[in-house]
Design a binder for this molecule. Structure first.
Ligand code: EPZ
Length: 437
């Protein structure tokens, strides 16, 4: 079975470029079908969730070309508005964006209920509330198909009961082709909400206020083709920042928007790292053992839930007791049992992890329970003494492009292997590397 083999203990050093934001790209690739002209999208990360959403838009009749690894050209002119229910669609969370896109464009959408990482209940009641407020009738029909249709979509005033990235984006998509004005209050402010709004505006939509908690949309008749480049991935950047800190390394993370990383940077500085920002890069230097701190996940600009496992790994190595509170998803501590196998002293009480820092982790056989927790376990293994194996890496590949390759370029001993023979060769090469320096 494919897995990573890792020899820990090498401080990461060097430069690593960050790919386009997966969660922005999922929304933007779905929104691209709303035009009947070619839409060129650049800086799309090459990860399996993206291949799944592209497969889904192709299956419903969009013409898709892929001129280079990070660019897609999508033309939604040939869409057949049939029920969208394929394995790919059910696998990923982002396929729910096809509901907003199809409902906006055709006033009708039937899409299988979304999948995604098992990190909590993940209801879609706020999406449905928003579509209904715009005049759609929505029902969830067996076998798990969301059916939404409207004679006319009409702008409305919508208050979101919880701050939801997915619901905010879905409502924006439907509302930008509704008649009249829509106001979304208590909207999500994440960078990818802003990126989606900028993308739709470049197609002729009229959306203002994205990035604040009140978004105003004036409906337009139709959207046209565009060329657009996706923002850098805040979470991939944060993952490398925290990997640098956990291995006591010195890494410059390039092609980032430092503003999107502010709370991640603040926590690193609080824990004793040096972080220097420039226009489009951040350098993280961790020359000594970090100290404890407390973290609570919150909607942007708060600490992202998608970085909670990574900071817990870091705090597991810091001096003193840290408290990490997860307030977004109720099932996001599944990695703790794996870290305990490595010698971490952590326990979970409700939505809180209580972490007593240890000097070091020791290598172990690990299973990635989901995407971000998988990346966090890789960080733990890179900082540990000895060898680790990380299984279920398909989760990690959902959202990180060339993860082991990028780590290797920073000096890490990590390889993706699929047999005992490949593993033996990888371990030999790690040992040679240590001997030769
Ligand atoms: C998005 O999920 C991301 N996924 C997640 O990224 C990320 O963790 C999350 O936002 C929070 O930032 C994609 O963009 C594809 P939400 P989403 O709606 O949209 C509750 C990753 O690792 N809620 O903002 O599903 C919900 O249960 C992933 O890349 C409702 O109650 O998250 C949660 O408690 C995993 N009703 C909170 O709101 C709803 O209708 C925030 O969820 C919708 C959400």
């Amino acid at each position: 079975m494919e897995h990573y083999v890792i020899k820990g203990g090498t401080p990461l050093s060097g430069e690593v470029p960050i790919a386009g934001a997966k969660n922005a790209a999922l929304a933007i690739l779905a929104a691209a079908i709303m035009a009947d002209e070619p839409v060129t999208i650049e800086n799309v990360p090459d990860v399996s969730d993206i291949r799944a959403i592209v497969g889904a838009v192709e299956e419903i009749g969009a013409a898709v070309s892929h001129p280079d690894r990070h660019t897609y050209v999508i033309n939604g002119a040939g869409i057949r508005n049939e029920p969208v229910d394929t394995e790919a669609v059910r696998k990923i969370r982002g396929s729910y964006y096809l509901i907003g896109a199809l409902l906006g464009k055709y006033k009708q959408a039937t899409v299988a209920l979304p999948g995604g990482c098992n990190i909590g209940l993940r209801p879609i009641d706020q999406h449905i509330k928003g579509f209904r407020a715009l005049g759609a009738t929505v029902r969830v029909a067996p076998p798990g198909l969301v059916e939404a249709k409207a004679e006319n979509l009409v702008g409305s005033h919508i208050y979101m009961d919880v701050v939801s990235v997915g619901a905010t984006i879905n409502i924006i998509m439907a509302a930008c082709l509704a008649k009249g004005n829509t106001i979304i209050e208590n909207a999500a402010k994440e960078p990818h909400v802003v990126d989606l709004a900028n993308f739709l505006n470049s197609m002729g939509a009229r959306i203002r206020g994205a990035g604040t908690d009140v978004i105003r949309i004036r409906g337009v008749e139709h959207l046209h083709g565009t060329e657009y480049s996706i923002i850098p991935d805040q979470i991939e950047a944060g993952t490398f920042m925290y990997a640098a800190a956990a291995t006591r390394g010195d890494v410059t993370i390039t092609n980032v928007i430092p503003k999107h990383l502010e709370c991640l940077t603040a926590k690193l500085i609080e824990a004793g790292c040096e972080v220097t920002e420039s226009d489009d890069s951040v350098r993280v230097v961790a020359s000594k053992r970090l100290t404890h701190t407390n973290v609570k996940t919150l909607p942007y600009p708060g600490f992202p839930t998608d970085m909670q496992p990574q900071i817990s790994v870091l705090l597991g190595l810091a001096k003193g007791t840290s408290i990490v509170t997860e307030s977004i998803f109720e099932n996001r501590f599944k990695y703790v049992d794996e870290l305990v196998k490595m010698g971490a002293q952590m326990r979970v009480e409700g939505n809180t992890a209580i972490i007593e820092g240890v000097e070091r982790y020791t290598g172990a056989n690990l299973r990635a329970p989901d995407l971000r927790a998988g990346a966090a376990l890789v960080i733990a293994a890179l900082s540990a003494q000895g060898y680790s194996e990380v299984y279920d890496i398909h989760y990690i590949e959902r959202g990180y492009e060339d993860f082991p390759e990028k780590m290797r370029r920073l000096g890490a001993c990590i390889a993706k292997v699929d047999s005992a023979e490949e593993e033996r060769k990888a371990v030999n090469s790690f040992n040679l590397k240590v001997v030769n320096g």
